[in-house]
Ligand binder design. Structure first.
Ligand SMILES: *Cc1c(COP(=O)(O)O)cnc(C)c1O
Length: 368
């Protein structure tokens, strides 16, 4: 099976073996060593000196933790959204009573930093900006560096969903001034689902002291206090942490710059392959994601039928569109433990399924 969805991603065999290890006491010395090594590795990939906490939960849990630990009910915030995950971030903040201004951009487009500046000027009461780094639902990567500059200049708190980018796409947390950054184990880290990672700047901890949204399981002050003792407040997903430790070692061996470069290479190959089939990319290449490629389903083709044929005939599993984009796009995940043959295989399966569906897929370049 070639699992080409944008998370969960295939895990390297060493990572799977690590996750099969016998349990340890999560209040004992073995765990202290494990959490120390995982945290150090994460901080290198987060490129931060800030606190980085490991939470047991999915990425959405990390997003909720970010919201409830920095905000109060009634607080004015700006939620920048370019897709399903940006919308989700706004919805979480609304669920806890924040006064959310949604700044939405057309699906397939990135956020415009100038529009963010204007929105912040329009409501000076806004304290915090929520933004998605890499919008997995549309295959678009925001210009986070430019967005962060705008948010820093306005002196607001910047909270970033980097769930499908961190580890795969360069995100210098401290250099760009991102206050809270969230990621999830099952995306580019090549680890099974079950952990969320979150970094907190000094400014974020200041906000945390004043934040009045209700919290218990996701209380990050509590997580930090336990973390300082080499523990977590609650029983963590120990097996996933075993896996994470090994995955981080593999990534360090490859080198961070090399990991980013590999994602760029594989993504470019995917986009070239898509175009060679006579298909159209959903997002412009200048801001297309290097972790997930969205492809327009051509008119007259049943997108679902094609992805079903890919799975049944070739063992390749891709994603469709979500919500408004259901049936309109396909999404190929290429993040984490991925290399050129994986996307080649997926494109071959796509070509076969298209031919089967009667779409005249152009013959792909020789050598693939
Ligand atoms: C996957 C994803 C999420 C949600 O993560 P879960 O682990 O499914 O809760 C949120 N944001 C982005 C950008 C994602 O890619």
């Amino acid at each position: 099976m070639n699992l080409r969805v944008p998370g969960p991603t295939p895990c390297p065999p060493e990572v799977l073996q690590a996750s099969a290890r016998q349990m340890i006491n999560h209040r004992g010395p073995e765990f202290k060593a494990l959490i120390a090594s995982c945290t150090a590795g994460l901080k290198r990939f987060f490129q931060t000196q800030n606190d980085a906490l490991i939470l047991t939960g999915s990425g959405t849990g990390g997003m909720e933790a970010a919201v409830v630990n920095t905000l109060s009910p009634g607080e004015h915030i700006l939620a920048v959204t370019i897709g399903v995950f940006g919308d989700r971030f706004a919805s979480i903040a609304e669920a806890y009573g924040a006064k959310v201004t949604r700044l939405s951009f057309e699906r397939g487009q990135p956020a415009d930093p100038a529009a963010i500046r204007q929105a912040l000027q329009k409501d000076p009461a806004i304290t915090t900006v929520l933004v998605t780094h890499n919008e997995t639902s549309t295959g678009v990567t925001n210009d986070l560096k430019a967005i962060a500059q705008v948010v820093r200049a306005a002196d607001k708190l910047l909270v970033v969903d980097a769930i499908s980018s961190l580890s795969s796409i360069d995100l210098p947390t401290d250099a760009w001034g991102c206050d809270v950054v969230i990621s999830g184990s099952q995306k580019g880290w090549g680890v099974p689902p079950g952990l969320a990672f979150i970094s907190m700047s000094a400014r974020a901890w200041e906000a945390n002291k004043k934040a009045r949204m209700p919290r218990f399981y996701w209380d990050l002050a509590r997580a930090k206090k336990s973390g300082d003792k080499g523990e977590t407040p609650w029983t963590p997903a120990v097996s996933v942490m075993f896996a994470l430790e090994t995955a981080l070692q593999l990534m360090e061996r490859e080198g961070m710059a090399q990991v980013f470069a590999r994602h760029e290479r594989v993504a470019r190959r995917c986009r070239e392959g898509v175009k060679a089939l006579g298909l159209e990319l959903f997002a412009r290449e200048s801001y297309a994601s290097t972790t997930v490629t969205a492809i327009k389903v051509p008119p007259g083709v049943d997108g679902k039928q094609v992805s079903q044929a890919m799975r049944q005939d070739s063992g390749v599993v891709i994603s469709g569109g979500q919500q408004d984009l259901e049936g309109k796009i396909w999404r190929i995940g290429h993040l984490g433990h991925v290399s050129e043959p994986d996307v080649d295989d997926a494109l071959r399966a796509l070509e076969q399924a298209l031919v089967k569906a009667g779409f005249p897929a152009k013959k792909v370049a020789a050598g693939r």
